[in-house]
Design a protein around this ligand. Structure first.
Ligand code: DAH
Length: 388
């Protein structure tokens, strides 16, 4: 029986009981409660660790944290309860509770880190790149082989002082034929050769899809003559005409070496003292530069064109390579006919020169060893991609 038990109020709580015991009993009971308190604290820490370990998401972990360290958390409650204790007890228990609190906080921190690490790993996994997969290459376009030839032609003639002119693909009868000294009954005018457009010009003649680039001789030379008419009026020489006019041309024709749409490059050099010799020099130089070889010969074969007199077809023969020894026709040319010079608006007694028409499609076939012209215009990327 406890001494002085009469002094113990019936409603006395546990802590009050501890302090009304005999000294011996006090120590014993105090020790008992101390041990129990410590076990409770240990359990609390273990429970917190287990709770934290259970949390598999940061939000769950924060909820668990609130149960221990939040305003009404278990650790916080214990600390609050210290207020009602004596200073010694406060010190002793306070130290123990704080130690437990530190353990709880350490466990929380460790779990937080573990979860963050987990989350990062999951993200890395989700966003993983398989660097061994074949890349998705971005296709780059390329120039059409005929465009490449056109650019080469322009660059070479440009380097020897030729202007580059562009003109309409729908032409008048006069520019396509009459001005170029074509007789009224010339077969080129016939429906078999020339495409006509369902429209008439001012003379009531059908417009045509130009069957050659030669109308550009006329257009350019006339503009040039007009531009320098004031010099002519003063008896001064006008600058020479030196021009090329590359572009699309059309004829009713289709086989391995003919396409209804094809390309030509017209050339014209007119001055007071321009001769066939100049044409030979220019052409020889041009073909050597175009094919990047000195190993070729040029042949001027007499021919006929209404707009030139004399006229020549130009053949080349390579002295090496797969085409060695074969004569290949590459251009038409000649000294511009006086009637045509007159149609330029110039005096044929004073101005003379030569003209030529090169087939860029043909040059492209020779340059790349292609034997069917139609391949160029079918738009098959497997073929075209080879020319990048
Ligand atoms: N226009 C001719 C044709 O289409 C090519 C040609 C030949 C053009 C001789 C010329 C030339 O300027 O002088 O076949």
């Amino acid at each position: 029986m406890l001494r002085g038990s009469s002094r113990v109020p019936e409603h006395a709580g546990l802590s009050e009981l501890i302090f009304i015991k005999s000294f011996k009993a006090d120590v014993k009971i105090g020790l008992f409660y101390f041990k129990r308190f410590m076990t409770d604290l240990d359990q609390l820490v273990q429970q917190a660790q287990a709770d934290f370990a259970q949390a598999s998401l940061p939000a769950e972990l924060e909820n668990a944290k609130a149960r221990y360290l939040g305003k009404a958390g278990r650790v916080t409650e214990l600390l609050k309860a210290l207020a009602s204790l004596s200073p010694e007890e406060k010190k002793a228990r306070g130290g123990q509770i704080n130690a437990a609190k530190q353990q709880v906080e350490a466990a929380l921190q460790a779990r937080r880190q573990a979860l963050a690490e987990q989350e990062m790993q999951a993200q890395l996994h989700a966003e993983a790149l398989d660097v061994s997969l074949p890349g998705r290459g971005r296709g780059t376009g390329g120039l059409h082989p005929v465009s490449r030839s056109m650019e080469r032609i322009e660059a070479i003639f440009g380097s020897i002082g030729f202007d580059v002119a562009d003109g309409p693909e729908i032409e008048t009868d006069w520019h396509s034929f009459t001005a170029l000294n074509n007789p009224e009954n010339h077969p080129a005018r016939s429906m078999q050769d020339t495409f006509y457009v369902d429209m008439k010009d001012e003379q009531g003649r059908w417009l045509n899809l130009r069957p050659h680039t030669s109308p550009m001789q006329v257009r350019y030379a006339r503009a040039h003559a007009q531009k320098y008419a004031h010099l002519e009026a003063q008896g001064l020489p006008m600058p020479e005409i030196r021009v090329i006019a590359p572009g699309r041309t059309y004829r009713v024709d289709s086989d391995a070496t003919h396409s209804p749409m094809f390309h030509q490059c017209e050339g014209l050099w007119i001055g007071e003292n321009v001769s066939f010799k100049d044409l030979k020099v220019v052409f020889t130089q041009f073909f050597k530069l175009f094919f990047e070889t000195d190993d070729l010969q040029l042949r001027f074969r007499p021919s006929f064109f209404p707009f030139t007199e004399p006229s020549a077809e130009v053949d080349i023969a390579f002295e090496s390579g797969p085409l060695k020894g074969r004569w290949l026709e590459v251009a038409g040319s000649g000294q511009v006919h006086p009637n045509v010079v007159r149609n330029f608006g110039l005096d044929p007694e004073r101005y003379i020169g030569f003209a030529f028409g090169i087939g860029p499609d043909r040059l492209t076939m020779l340059r790349y060893g292609v034997n069917d012209l139609r391949l160029f215009f079918e738009g098959d990327l497997r073929f075209l991609a080879q020319f990048k």
